[in-house]
Design a protein around this ligand. Sequence first.
Ligand code: FNR
Length: 351
Amino acid sequence: MVNVRDFEGAAKAVLDPVYYDYFASGAQDEVTVRANEEAFRRLALVPRVLRGHKPPRLGHTVLGSQASMPIMVSPTAFHRLAHPEGERASARAAAEAGVIMIAAMLATVAVEDMAAEARKVADDPALWFQLYLQPDLGFTEALVRRAEAAGCAALVVTVDSPALGRNERGDRNGFHDLPPGIRCENLREAGGDVRSVVLSPEISWRHIDWLRGVTALPIVLKGVLHPADAALALRHGVDAILVSNHGGRQLDGTPAAVDRLPVLADAVGGEIPLLLDGGIRRGTDVVKALALGASAAAIGRPVLWGLAADGEQGVSRVLGLLRTELLNALTLCGCDSAESVPRDLVVRGAM
Ligand code: FNR
């Protein structure tokens, strides 16, 4: 297996087809799932030559978390459907690689246990926590306290989910519940059942203000696509935006995430960092995201493919392959660091 695509093939070969569909699928016609990857193909790289640089530096810092490269792990639910060790294995692999991992609220391993696993392999692992704000603020606050106590360094609030997206592969497969023995360990108090999570259209900026008041952790909004919302995020004291369409799993028909970067970069005017996920499968995709204004790019499904194919080793291999590809791509582009990728490296529609 020499690239992320190979890992998807390997994962598909070993996974229960119902779980493979859960990981791979998106909402309805999956137009946005495909758009995320296709958008990168429509962006071309125009390298600079004869720069005389040393090999590029990959290290970077986001919201105070240091990482060995600008590739992060996006939150994805239910890792134990991919591998018996689930998030224990992914947390160790991410910490070992020195990348920021965003633990999912719907993880099948508790955030405390993920943090403990990460600390087995790194002194100061960078773990963030993803949150679906619950109308029950007491419950939400209890989760925030658990994330804080576990050492999470930022809260990632997913804001593209006022309802669950319509997943037709899941409907066809009748996949609506976790199998016996696997549950959402962060929701223990609520029974650990996925159905205890409330996705409510009544969540609003008021809740972000409330969250700002109950925690000192940096707050990242995940799932912003409209520049007016980016401007509101600034007004409400948000610390970063993760530009994302949820990997095409929520509203089908949203634009490719990477295509929203330029307009969102204009909207925030460098005041807060932008992160990006959706369709990152190559080191060159990361370079394109960095050129268009992202401070880092994050991966969702590739981690699941690595995990399903070979547990912790598989996730390590996926992160290692992307690191090698990113280093190679930056070198070939004539860049000396991941933090200084110029905008004019990318042109549209020139392939
Ligand atoms: C997700 N994603 C997600 N996001 C989130 O905020 N909370 C969650 O619980 C989940 N769960 C989840 C499960 C699965 C199986 C997938 C594939 C995705 C979305 C995720 O964080 C990210 O936005 C996308 O996965 C990025 O796209 P790629 O890298 O998968 O193309």
